[in-house]
Design a protein around this ligand. Structure first.
Ligand code: ADP
Ligand code: MG
Length: 237
């Protein structure tokens, strides 16, 4: 990990009503790192991401983004600051066109470079250029995932949070999603990646955390976790 983390989470607890779904989570994402958060279904991965982006409030703990405390900030404000999540299940706007979905991703920005970034997205995802005028609901699952990632990139994030981008996709499309993530990584954007596909996640990640029953039970360099057969097989999607 590099010296100055882009994200530093300490003792974060959060949940639904009076029930805590995550307890005293601590994790870091280095400035150019891909960090994965692994764990079985129901472990608290989505809850962690939701608490980070202010969709649910934290019951305890500290969240620092680029050195500043962000606990209690609104989701919209965090998007403006560059903390952007691609939610589980994609959630593209089905009746709007592919291009409109991408443009919506840039709604928080006030610079004049949206059309240039749109072009960059079409370079990163050639299939979206072909389908730019189609309603997003007519895309395949894999294409919708690409669109959801592209829409998040249109906000010009400084950290990208991804919630199970490969979930429900056929193997070839899983491969394509991870290729795109590899390209994003090469461009130097840090990523916090939630995945049940442990093997693929550890291939791309620099570092990993394992969550179970709402607590971090293990962490280490991806190269180390990758060689733990028990870990890889336990959560292999
Ligand atoms: N909206 C909700 N209301 C109440 N409990 C929830 C809600 N969403 C998730 N939970 C519970 O919180 C725990 C963690 O869920 P979640 O963060 O979605 O896990 P993961 O993303 O790792 O599969 C689970 O026990 C789940 O049942
Ligand atoms: Mg989840």
């Amino acid at each position: 990990m590099k010296d100055e983390p882009v994200l530093e989470v300490t003792g974060l607890s959060a949940g639904y009503g009076a029930v805590l779904a995550i307890r005293e989570i601590s994790l870091r994402v280095g400035a150019q790192d891909v960090v994965c958060l692994l764990g079985p279904n129901g472990a608290g991965k989505t809850t962690t991401l939701r608490a980070l982006v202010g969709l649910i409030s934290a019951a305890a703990g500290e969240i620092r983004f680029n050195g500043r405390s962000i606990r209690g900030s609104s989701t919209e404000r965090l998007v403006k600051q560059g903390l952007v999540m691609v939610p589980e299940g994609r959630e593209v706007l089905a009746t709007m066109s592919v291009q409109e979905n991408l443009e919506l991703g840039a709604y928080v920005r006030s610079d004049g470079e949206v059309s240039r970034d749109l072009e960059r997205m079409f370079e990163l995802f050639p299939v979206l250029r072909e389908r730019r005028h189609l309603a997003a609901g007519n895309l395949s699952g894999g294409e919708q995932q690409m669109l959801a990632i592209g829409r998040a990139l249109m906000a010009r994030p400084q950290l990208l949070l991804l919630d199970e981008p490969s979930l429900g996709l056929a193997p070839l499309l899983v491969q394509q999603v991870f290729e795109v993530l590899g390209e994003i990584k090469r461009q130097g954007l840090p990523i916090l990646l939630v995945e049940q596909n442990t093997r693929k996640a550890l291939e791309i990640a620099d570092y990993g955390f394992v969550i179970r029953n709402g607590s971090i039970v293990r962490e280490g360099p991806a190269a180390e976790l990758k060689h733990d057969r028990q870990l890889v097989e336990a959560y292999l999607a």
